[in-house]
Design a protein around this ligand. Structure first.
Ligand SMILES: NC(=O)c1ccc[n+]([C@@H]2O[C@H](COP(=O)([O-])OP(=O)(O)OC[C@H]3O[C@@H](n4cnc5c(N)ncnc54)[C@H](OP(=O)(O)O)[C@@H]3O)[C@@H](O)[C@H]2O)c1
Length: 304
């Protein structure tokens, strides 16, 4: 398969590009810094997309490809100043618009667009399980995700199969949520956040890659698909499991106010949550590589 990947230099993109190359696919990546991308990723064709918000990507990156995986975006896990919020939103919404406009101009159009999305769609929820049929919430992230998905869905009008991969909290050895949690746990001051009853829609990075490949390969996959493990846990359960894996106690409760003082409005990502279930992946027959939390944590912390 000939696949174009945006955001391939990121935490998830690096793993995906590696997995595509490993199975013999030919991979084109679009990056603001193609030389860095080329040297980091090895056997890919790296092309420049200098200003994803302001301009379309080069057509040669899309012409006669089989599929596009669109991952790029300004990191969400940072203090949300007004400027940061604008970049979080625009890097996703405007780049997707520019990508779809370029796809419209191709002569031999890719059949599939797998466009990254996030479980932020669902916003803060209680204990009830939510699947892909739940409506978008009204907070900042949900609005971003909803506008981002709307732009990607326009590719459906071009006759493409569009998959919106609503990804949860990724457990990865390089970057992501654990990178932020581990220093506290290693010092023995990690524990349940803001009471610990909110659900964490976790997924191991190997399953993000597995599910992205699965969505690329499965003709029946289209529309929103939750990329989350089959058994979401509460923040308190996740803290306990991480404490066990690290051999450190995880009993020091972290008050919501403390997280808010550190991270401002962005803290809502950890102080609230949703019990997201991967209904579409299960219906489509995806086989999870790391469905069990403790094993996933052992792998993501290098304790396997
Ligand atoms: N990791 C998670 O836990 C998680 C969970 C749910 C959803 N997601 C979503 O999945 C996607 C990939 O996540 P990731 O963790 O791999 O992201 P990442 O490591 O932050 O990398 C994303 C890539 O996007 C490009 N990029 C970053 N900021 C940009 C900006 N302001 N404008 C244009 N391009 C920019 C960069 O590529 P170049 O420098 O090569 O251009 C970067 O390598 C993101 O959209 C993210 O929101 C991630």
């Amino acid at each position: 398969m000939k696949v174009t990947v945006t955001g391939a230099t990121g935490t998830l993109g690096r793993d995906l590009a590696g997995a595509l190359l490993e199975r013999g696919d030919s991979v084109t990546v679009l990056s603001r810094e193609p030389r860095r991308a080329q040297s980091t990723l090895g056997g890919v064709r790296a092309l420049e997309w200098k200003e994803p918000k302001a301009a379309e990507p080069p057509l040669e990156a899309l012409e006669a490809q089989d599929a596009v995986v669109h991952l790029l975006g300004e990191p969400v896990a940072q203090r949300w100043s007004e400027g940061a919020k604008e970049e979080i939103r625009d890097s996703r919404v405007l780049s997707t618009r520019n990508l779809v406009n370029a796809l419209a101009r191709t002569e031999r159009r890719p059949q599939t667009l797998v466009s990254q999305s996030a479980t932020g769609w669902y916003g803060p929820r209680g204990d009830e399980p939510v699947d892909e049929s739940a409506p978008a919430a009204g907070d900042f992230l949900a609005q971003v995700v909803s506008d981002w998905e709307a732009e990607a869905s326009e590719a459906g009008e071009l006759g493409m199969r569009v998959v919106l991969t609503r990804t949860g909290v990724v457990l990865s050895e390089s970057g992501g949520a654990l990178e932020k949690m581990l220093p506290f746990f290693k010092l023995g001051v990690g524990g349940p956040v803001a009471g610990g009853r909110q659900y964490v829609p976790w997924i191991h990075a190997d399953d993000v890659v597995g599910a992205l490949l699965f969505c690329l390969d499965s003709p029946d996959a289209s529309g929103p698909v939750n990329l989350t493990a089959p058994e979401p846990v509460t923040n308190g359960e996740l803290s306990k499991a991480l404490g066990r894996v690290l051999g450190r106690p995880a009993v020091a409760p972290v008050p919501a106010l403390a997280v808010k003082a550190l991270y401002g409005e962005m803290s809502s990502i950890v102080t609230t949550g949703a019990r997201v279930v991967p209904r579409r992946l299960e219906e489509l027959g995806y086989h999870f590589r790391r469905p069990e939390l403790e094993a996933a944590l052992r792998s993501a912390t290098g304790k396997e």
